[in-house]
Design a protein around this ligand. Structure first.
Ligand code: NOJ
Length: 549
């Protein structure tokens, strides 16, 4: 067993959405050479680990989360030599690379799937859930499960009349069958392939759904969630992940972070105690601005964001911290104040993210306060989940397409955070040299971009740099215990404590002045306002770290 450095507990992670980071060859797509070219930017920001969204061979129906070859690079992103160069250059700067591990499903263009649906029976048939339809004519789906993107989870196979395959996501993402020992071995082989190359670890896509317990119909839940109880967090899923650890991962200094929905205290602890994952992303806090049906926008409430985060701070010893990723809308639009307190609220969110216990994940653009892409039209939409959901809303509510899309665009459309990154205010925000981009650029680049942020000492970017540097060099923020104080109206406060040193963090999530009853003797360490602070009169969106003395 290799000694584990647990470096993931000391570093800040930066997620790169590979298609939209930097287009070095001006073909409209971000690429690996583009990422290598920007490593110094990330180093300067204080980043210690990069999570690279999928760069494997893929038809890109779900932007690379539909893999057709796990061991080769999608030519859109470059070559394996480009990947090796990225690893080497990152290594020189002491930045580790984490890959996306998408093993719940493969693309239907994967060789395994192509063979699986050949009329002649072969071993690959059992790599997937390929089942005969119900009814005399076998023309009914094997069960009533729904895809997580809405719509049925089964699709007919033309080459095998009467047969269907299961897809929990879009219909070109076929679910793998983890009852099959060979599938498990294939995954172990993929893990070794990338770890041997020097990759540090993996972000495991929808990992809590890889094992289905049965293929029964489910009549107990609303349409949207049919089947969930048969495929989320199944006992055997934990066992498979523990096996990956003992069979493969223990031979390397590595870590796994999992994308894990439908959590509770017991499930969360099982992931860590059974060594399945080193940390996971919880989703409870992402409903802070939604109604009970996530497709409908609700009014943002501070407590709906903060309380779930506090809850998880106390349940597990370590967690993945995030406010944004490629599946979420931009955080300043959701939890901040874009109009009057844009800068202050963006900095408040930065301070919040970087003062909690766990590993912070920053999503590209978050550090410059990038905002949603307001002008998205249905015709421009590239997000397969938004397209599926628009269809479903159309059907269920009998809305026309544009009205349905308007609803989806406010909550679900993932294009908002996927537009090309804004490096400067030159053409296409400096993402490339002017070639049409795969997804339209957000015109806001004229106001919000790296270059302008770098030149402004009071910018959001410079605040992130300051905060990350502070955290990188501070054991209280990295390792300290967490203790919440309160979430009252919009005032949030908590403590971090390490070897007798105590920090108090105070946040005002509102556009009004507010009072925080401070009874302690404290000194300011960092805040998003320049002047000394009066606790009885905290300015709007104030955020500060204080040392208790
Ligand atoms: C979660 C990923 O983050 C998302 O982008 C993807 O669409 C689904 N899993 C399916 O792989």
């Amino acid at each position: 067993m290799k000694t584990q450095s647990n470096e993931f507990k000391k570093r800040v992670v930066y997620q790169i959405y590979s298609s939209s980071f930097y287009d070095s060859n001006n073909d409209g797509w971000g690429d690996l050479k583009g990422i290598t070219a920007k490593l110094d930017y990330l180093k300067d920001l204080g980043i210690g680990i990069i999570w690279l969204s999928p760069v494997f061979v893929s038809p890109m129906d779900d932007m690379g989360y539909d893999i057709a070859d796990y061991k080769n690079i999608n030519p859109r992103f470059g070559t394996m030599e480009d990947f090796d160069e990225l690893l080497e250059e990152a290594n020189k700067r002491d930045i580790k690379i984490v890959m996306d591990l998408v093993i719940n499903h493969t693309s239907t263009e994967h060789e395994w799937f192509k063979k699986a649906i050949e009329p002649e029976e072969n071993k690959y048939r059992d790599y997937y859930f390929i089942k005969e339809g119900k009814g005399k004519k076998h023309n009914k789906m094997p069960n009533n499960w729904q895809s997580c993107f809405t719509g049925p989870a089964w699709k007919k196979i033309d080459s095998l009349p009467g047969y269907y395959y299961m897809h929990l996501f879009c219909d070109t993402q076929a679910d793998l069958n983890y009852y099959n020992e060979e599938v498990i071995k294939e995954v172990e082989d993929i893990l070794r392939f990338w770890l041997d190359k020097g990759v540090y670890g993996f972000r495991c896509d929808v990992i809590n759904k890889i094992r289905k317990s049965s293929l029964k119909d489910d009549h107990t839940r609303p349409l949207y969630f049919k089947g969930l109880k048969y495929y989320s967090n199944q006992d055997n899923m934990f066992k498979i992940l523990t096996r990956f650890r003992t069979e493969v991962l223990d031979d390397y200094d590595t870590f796994l972070v999992g994308e894990t929905g439908e959590l509770n205290k017991e499930v969360g602890n099982r992931f860590l105690n059974e060594r399945c994952l080193d940390m996971f992303f919880e989703f409870d806090h992402t409903n802070a601005d939604k109604t009970f049906l996530p497709v409908f926008k609700g009014k943002f409430k501070t407590k709906k964001l903060v309380k779930p985060i506090f809850k998880w701070q106390k349940i597990v010893p370590w967690i993945a911290l995030y406010l944004e990723n490629h599946d979420q809308l931009r955080s300043v639009n959701r939890y901040g104040n874009v109009d009057k307190y844009y800068k202050e609220s963006a900095k408040l969110l930065a301070l919040f993210l970087l003062t909690l216990k766990g590993t912070p994940f920053i999503y590209q653009g978050e550090e410059i306060g990038m905002l949603n892409y307001e002008q998205v039209k249905y015709e421009d939409c590239k997000d397969v989940a938004a397209i599926y959901t628009t269809e479903t809303v159309q059907k269920l509510l009998r809305f026309n397409r544009d009205r349905a899309f308007k609803i989806v665009n406010e909550t679900i459309n993932r294009d908002h955070a996927r537009v090309p990154f804004a490096w400067s205010n030159s053409v296409n925000g400096g993402f490339n040299a002017g070639h049409e981009t795969w997804l339209k650029v957000n015109d806001l680049y004229k106001k919000i971009n790296v270059k302008d942020e770098e030149n402004d000492s009071n910018s959001i970017l410079n605040f992130y740099k300051k905060m990350i540097r502070f955290r990188n060099n501070d054991d209280v923020l990295k390792f300290g215990d967490f203790k919440d104080e309160y979430v009252k109206k919009n005032i949030v406060s908590y403590y971090r404590n390490y070897e007798g040193k105590i920090y108090l963090i105070v946040l005002n999530f509102s556009d009004k002045k507010a009072k925080y009853c401070n009874l302690l003797n404290v000194k300011t360490l960092i805040s998003n306002y320049e002047n000394e602070i009066d606790f009885n009169d905290l300015p709007p969106y104030f955020a500060g770290i204080f040392e208790v003395i």
